[in-house]
Ligand binder design. Structure first.
Ligand code: XMP
Length: 326
């Protein structure tokens, strides 16, 4: 029988014993998993924890501001924000193969945390010390998909599991590694996190980087960011946030089709809407979003996003497809 309080107590005890009086950092993405992991570790060791929010340039519209503001307000946990977008986007230049993207992103995250160490130590007034521990919000399904479960195949390397560099020096603290999302949400609520954090739809660490099929460029990111913001806005307006597990919005950047917009021929790229319903992301079904909501999203995206002349709906379950396209 599963009980959130027991898990919290066990983990708090374990974390305290392991960490002692060392400084710890936590990679915070703004998603549920890392927020709950951070709150749990904070309960265990308080101010020894500093969260690091990395802006890798692959975030959605308004996301960085939201995380910086809401998370700190809700938790009071120390947070430093690092703009590493130049670094990430340079490393990803010319790369279109999904697993390569994931490995590059996983490695860049760690390198960014290593750089952030100095700032953390200085701010803690512990010159000469080093940060030994890195907290990650890894869940059981992330481990399984990355091939870390018993006999599991490598489906895709989650940035914080199979995508980690081999020479990582941090010791990992992953208090949620045996849990599923619904359990993590229960723990988050028990720890007093607000609904806006606990019930946020999942968003992958590699961000929009794995939602541009093809090479990642700033231009393509801007385009996808606009389309994604429209889809999110309309789905929320229709009151569908809790019915939909998440809705990746995907740019098929290398595909072109002919359209006609404002009496002119266009040759643009399609946007894919991928709304899914799921219990734990291990399996999923495509969401039956009402046609009028889809119509509004389609009209707005083609009107407002220059270069997009077609919107298509992904009607595949998982399996055989996965939720994300890469
Ligand atoms: P797939 O695409 O494998 O996704 O069906 C399952 C769930 O995991 C999320 N996802 C990730 N989350 N780092 C993350 O933090 C990753 O590398 C990653 N890859 C996929 C995906 O959004 C879905 O919720």
């Amino acid at each position: 029988d599963w009980d959130a309080s027991n898990i919290i107590e066990d983990q708090v005890k374990k974390i305290r014993e392991e960490v002692g009086d060392a400084q710890v950092i936590c990679g915070l993405s703004g998603g549920v998993d890392s927020a709950v992991a951070a709150a749990l570790v904070h309960k265990a060791i308080g101010d020894q924890l500093t969260c690091v929010f990395v802006d890798h340039g692959l975030l959605r519209k308004g996301e960085a501001e939201q995380v910086k503001h809401d998370f700190v307000k809700a938790t009071g946990i120390k947070l430093i924000a690092v703009d590493a977008s130049e670094d990430f986007l340079t490393a990803l230049k010319g790369v279109s193969e999904p697993e390569r993207k994931r490995k590059i992103i996983g490695e860049k995250f760690i390198r960014t945390f290593e750089k952030a160490q100095r700032q953390v130590i200085e701010e803690a007034g512990k010159n000469g010390a080093e940060v030994k521990y890195l907290v990650q919000g890894t869940l059981y399904p992330d481990v399984v998909e990355s091939g870390g479960g018993d006999g599991a195949a490598n489906i895709k390397s989650h940035h914080n599991v199979g995508g980690l560099p081999k020479d990582i020096k941090f010791k990992l603290i992953e208090p949620l590694r045996t849990l599923f999302k619904d359990e993590v949400r229960a723990i988050g609520t028990k720890l007093g996190l607000p609904d806006e954090i606990v019930w946020r739809q999942p968003f992958p660490g590699p961000g929009l980087g794995i939602r541009i099929i093809g090479e990642i460029t700033r231009e393509r990111l801007d385009l996808l960011r606009e389309a994604d913001a429209i889809a999110r806005e309309e789905l929320s307006k229709a009151g569908l946030d809790r019915d939909i597990w998440q809705c990746p919005v995907v740019l098929l950047a290398d595909v072109h089709s002919v359209g006609v917009q404002g009496d002119e021929r266009t040759y643009g790229s399609p946007i894919v809407l991928r709304p899914v319903s799921s219990e734990d992301a291990m399996t999923a079904d495509w969401s039956r979003v009402p046609y009028d909501v889809l119509a509004t999203i389609s009209t707005r995206i083609t009107n407002e996003c220059r270069g997009i002349n077609r919107v298509v709906l992904d009607v595949t379950s998982k399996p055989p497809a996965t939720i994300e396209w890469e």
